[in-house]
Design a protein around this ligand. Sequence first.
Ligand code: PMP
Length: 392
Amino acid sequence: MEDYRRDLDALAQRGMLRFLRTVDGAQGPRVLLDGREVLLLCSNNYLGLAGHPRLCRAAADAALKYGSGSGASRLVSGSLALHEQLEQRIAAFKGTAAALVFNSGYAANTGILQGLSGPEDLIFSDALNHASIIDGCRLSRARTLVYPHGDVAALEDLMKKEQPRRRGRWFIVTDGVFSMDGDLAPLNELVTLKERYDALLMVDDAHGTGVLGDGGRGSGEEQGCLEHIDLHMGTLGKALGGFGAFVAAAQPIIDVLINRSRPFIFSTSLPPAVLGPALTAFELVDSEEGRRRRVALRRNREVFAAPLRAAGLDLCGSTTQIVPILTGAPQPTMDAAAALLERGIFVQGIRPPTVPEGRCRLRATVMADHDPQDLETAAATLVEILARRAQV
Ligand code: PMP
C-alpha cells in the first residue's frame, strides 16, 4: 500500500490527482453536484436526450418485456430481436449494408481494430485520436504510423514512403470530431488518400453522430462524403443519450468482426434497457424534434464560443459543441476549474495523458437545452477568471 500512497502523493504534487464527484439527477443543463446546483458544462449529452421521457419510458418498457439482462455473449445465448432491429436502424442511418453494436465506444474501437487487422497490416492514425483507438492499434499488433494531427500532406508522405514495401491491408483511422479539441478531421482529403492508396477509412464519430449534418448522420454528412467512409464507428452514450456503441460497414466486415473481435465475442451483450432507448433515440434524431435540437445546439455553441473568441482565448481550432479553452499547465487549469465551480459552473480541466504536456485546457461542452442566458453568463465568468489569473 505504501507504494501506491507514494504514487498518489506524487500525482497530487504535480496537480495531476483525479477524483470522482457525485452528481444527482439526469444529465440536464443543471445538476446537483455534491448536493449543490451547478450549470453542467461537461456532459456529452449534446442533444439533451439522456433525460428524455421517451427514452426513459423505452428503457422501462424494454426491461419489463425482455428482462434486465441479455444473459451472455450473442454467440453463446443468441441475439435479441432488439439487437437486430437496432443494427438495421444504424445501418440505414449511416447508409451501409450492415452494422454491429458493441458494449461501449472503448470496446468498439479496440474490437474493430483488433478484429480487422493483424501483424501484416499497417494503420495510419491521427496524432490526436482517442485513447481507445490507440489501444486498438496496440491490440491489433499491426504496425502503426502516427501522422501529425489533421496533416494530410504529412500522411501522404508516409504512405508514399511505405508503398514500395507494402504487404498487408492499410487503414486510415481518425476521429471525426476530435474529443479534446472539437475540430473536424479533413474527411474529403482522407477519402482521396484512401482511394489513391487502396486503404480502408475508419472514422470514430463518437462526437459527430446525431449532431453534425442536416440529418445528424455525423461528420461525414457534414462534409459531404458519408458514403465514402468504410467503417463508421459511433457511440450511443453521447448525443444519443444512452450507452453502447456501433460500427456500420459492409457485410463481410461485420461478419469478420463477429468471428474475430474479442470484445464482441467474449463479453455479455447490451441488455434490453439499453437497446430499447437506443432505437427511440435514432427515431428522435431522425425527426423534426431532432432537427430542432441540432439547430438549438449550433446556436448555443455560438452563444458560448463567440465571447470567448472575442476575448482572445485560444479555442484549439474548435468548430463544434466541444469548446476547449487552452490554459497550458496542470495547476492553473485545475485552479481555474475550481474557481468556476465556486461560481456554480461545472467545467472539467483536462490534463496529460488525455492531452499533450503543456496543452492542458478547460473542456466545455454545450448542450441543445442549455439556456442561452446561462451560457452567456458562463462565458463572461470564464473570461473574467482567466483574465484575473493571467494578471497574477
Ligand atoms: N471515441 C471517442 C472519440 C470518445 O471521445 C470516446 C468517449 N470519451 C470513446 C470513443 C469511447 O466511447 P465510450 O464512452 O462509449 O466508451
